[in-house]
Design a protein around this ligand. Structure first.
Ligand SMILES: [Zn+2]
Length: 399
């Protein structure tokens, strides 16, 4: 059996005053039908009550224990941006930002349009500092990736992005050793030189929030890990838009498909994703489909928006993929309650449906109904074990 694993980012939520969550309030006949045909439960991607990041949670979803395999956010973003990494490379997440008098006044430079940041990136894209090749690549809007390639670099350094408005950060080693100090020095020198180069750039000069700096965070060193094919003897593909998710998928050896209109945001083309996933299933055993917009609406505190995107996913994506001969898994990587506008440690609803899957009594897919499902509470890398078992690809332990 093959598997389709649909992750709606930040899917889980908390009931509002009417006792409804975006998922329970949504009209989603196809997800409910799948829940009725198969088994439901709850999923905590790291541990019960622990708040997962989207990076660590996805590693665990694919069965890669984040405590062993997490390389830091930077390398995952870089892989997702299509940058080929070499072992030992140090990568950061980076943003265009607005700095005035040494202080960050806008961490996103007014959410720079992608076309503008692409033009600006040309001013700073490649340099050589202390024998290290430094490369900046813009991705979506103000975001980008900063890559250091050279000898003797460490990844245990703080970034220059303080995550809040105020003084521009200065990178410092977080552990002893010349390697970490070298990385911090190169980052600080790059930050200064980028500011000089961007000062002369015309694209946003005169703006109230000029893109005149690049701030970096999430340093990590890249290393090669065994692929899903190596570990599970299955071929896997990824259909997603967001760089991070494509990066995690690439890191674990999936074929990352470029899907026209899969943007990793609210405007994503769900129909194109459904078509791409159905096509990928022809020559892959495991197809990971990622939808980011649920999480975006949660971070905006938008209950109605989250409900509507769930309805669209049901109508345009689930309806098509449920026709495929495959184990169908639907869950989230974590909860992002709209009321909190941030990730939480609550479990997210989970369903597994398909030929041969035992049927329980749950016939609705939402946070409350799933509590009484036959899968009970699945935790961490255990989800991959369950999926492999339903695919009849699990390995026996012992003899
Ligand atoms: Zn997430």
């Amino acid at each position: 059996m093959k598997a389709i694993v649909l992750i709606m980012d930040g899917l889980g939520d908390l009931p509002n005053a009417k006792g409804q969550t975006p998922l329970s309030a949504a009209s989603k006949p196809n997800m409910d039908e799948l829940a009725g045909q198969g088994q439901a439960g709850l999923y905590s991607s790291i541990a019960r009550g622990v708040i997962p990041g989207s990076d660590t949670s996805h590693l665990n979803i694919f069965g890669y224990d984040y405590r062993e395999y997490y390389p830091g956010r930077g390398p995952l973003e870089a892989l997702g941006a299509g940058i080929e990494l070499k072992p030992g490379d140090i990568a950061f997440r980076a943003n265009f930002a607005s700095v005035k008098g040494g202080k960050i006044i806008d961490r996103r430079a007014g959410r720079l349009p992608t076309a503008t940041s692409r033009k600006l990136a040309r001013y700073v894209e490649k340099s050589r500092i202390d024998g290290v090749t430094v490369q900046f690549m813009n991705t979506v809007e103000h975001r980008g990736v900063l890559l250091f390639r050279g000898k003797g670099l460490g990844a245990e350094v703080s970034g220059t992005d303080p995550h809040v408005l105020g003084p521009l950060g200065v990178s410092k080693p977080l552990a002893p050793g010349a390697k970490n100090k070298k990385t911090a020095d190169v980052l600080n020198k790059f930050t200064k030189s980028a500011m000089k180069k961007l000062e002369g750039a015309g694209e946003t000069r005169g703006s109230r929030v000029p893109a005149n700096a690049i701030i970096a965070r999430g340093a990590g060193a890249y290393a090669v890990v065994p692929s899903m094919e190596d570990r599970y003897r299955i071929s896997a593909a990824c259909v997603g838009g967001g760089a991070l998710y494509k990066g995690v998928a690439k890191y674990v050896g999936m074929d990352v498909l470029e899907v026209e209109g899969a943007t990793g945001d609210k405007k994503t083309n769900l129909k194109a994703k459904a078509d791409a996933a159905a096509a990928a299933l022809k020559d892959h055993d495991y197809v990971f489909v990622h939808v980011k917009a649920t999480d975006n609406f949660s971070h905006d505190g938008n209950f109605g928006g989250k409900k509507e995107i769930i309805e669209k996913v049901d109508e345009l994506l689930v309806s098509k993929l449920m026709e495929e001969e495959a184990v169908f898994v639907i869950t989230g990587d974590h909860s992002t309650p709209v009321e909190r506008r941030s990730h939480s440690g609550h479990p997210t609803p989970l369903l597994i449906s398909g030929r041969g899957v035992r049927k329980d009594t749950v016939s609705r897919f939402d946070e409350m109904a799933c509590m009484s499902g036959g899968l009970c509470h699945v935790v961490g890398t255990g989800l991959m074990d369950i999926v492999l078992n339903e695919m009849n690809k699990a390995k026996m332990i012992g003899t």
